[in-house]
Write a protein that binds this ligand. Sequence first.
Ligand code: PLP
Length: 396
Amino acid sequence: MDTQDLMQESRAHICQTYNRFNLAILSGSGCNLWDQEGRQYLDFVAGIAVCNLGHCPPELARVLYEQAQQLVHVSNLYYTEPQAKLAGDLTSVCFADKVFFGNSGAEANEAAIKLARKYSRQRYGLGRYGIITMKDSFHGRTLATLSATGQLKVQEGFEPLVDGFRYVDFDDLDAVAEAIDETICAVLVEPIQGEGGVRIPKANYLAGLRQLCSKHDLLLIYDEIQVGMGRTGRLFSHQHEGVAPDIMTLAKALANGVPIGAMLASSEVAEAFTPGSHASTFGGTPLVTAVAIEVLRQISRQSFLDRVQVVGDYFREQLLSLHQKYSFVREVRGRGLILGMELDFPGGEIVIQCQERGVLINCTAEKVLRFLPPLIVTSEEVDRLIETLDAVFAQI
Ligand SMILES: *Cc1c(COP(=O)(O)O)cnc(C)c1O
């Protein structure tokens, strides 16, 4: 099918919830994608921070193929080895003791919200179920997670929202302190806001949140769905600050594109979940967890993470040189390989211009070009992106 036919077919039969580009992707390898007509693109989106090991790495294809031949699904009525092993591997590389598996970021956050409520109910009784979240945050599209998300455009039309969320400015500890009262049980935050425009809080922010939470016996929940799994040059973004949460959510890159979500918690908190508290048919199937085991093995290697830091620093320097050159570039920010370039004007047209030159980038928060390449990206590929941006900027 050519792109035109495919677009027509999709528009006829798929709910129109997405604003898509006029581009249909047929295949991928490493940091490259090919469209239906065989044109090649350098991919600095990586499925929005999902394909951290690039497209179709052969080792993952092999794991997927071999596991598909052995066992795909049996339900959580039974134990399976890949699920147990992944949970053991995940808890050995972070603060957590226990994991709940789902299929997406939204589901991981749903589990976190339910766990926080249940934990608080057991300790304090009724009425203490509020969760403080941040303005411009993004936590998902289910009713509870869109209610947690501090953006009207995500919520509009779906009211009444799930009760109990209180929104405060990101990176403002005083605002959190002011919002705490006897109804609050938790604080939910992205260590770096992704959809909100690649916003990195001040160095003491997570420590300050930790202090407030400990003082008021609130659970601190990190949404690491976008910035976890090596994206920032550490396995989890909060490890830069060394401030552990009580609950953390993962999804996106955890299985490099095979759908998975995970909610991780300390055992004290996780004990609030008992048989029957929560469940998911597809949560943690042997198929997806076998892939995630291999993803985690590769990404958690120190040499891999060090390389993310080195290439990320190089990338950032190159973006800063464009900042010097073009006065309409307001700011360059980011950490590791999540980088943002804020412009004086909406970035949508720049994204399309780059696509026409064979490079895929993304724009978020209207004016922020967001770069999320596969973590295996090379400095040569970074150079190609920079040359393309330079050429596009020169025409403005
Ligand atoms: C993508 C994302 C989600 C939602 O994940 P889905 O898999 O789309 O449900 C939640 N939080 C953050 C920070 C995200 O980037």
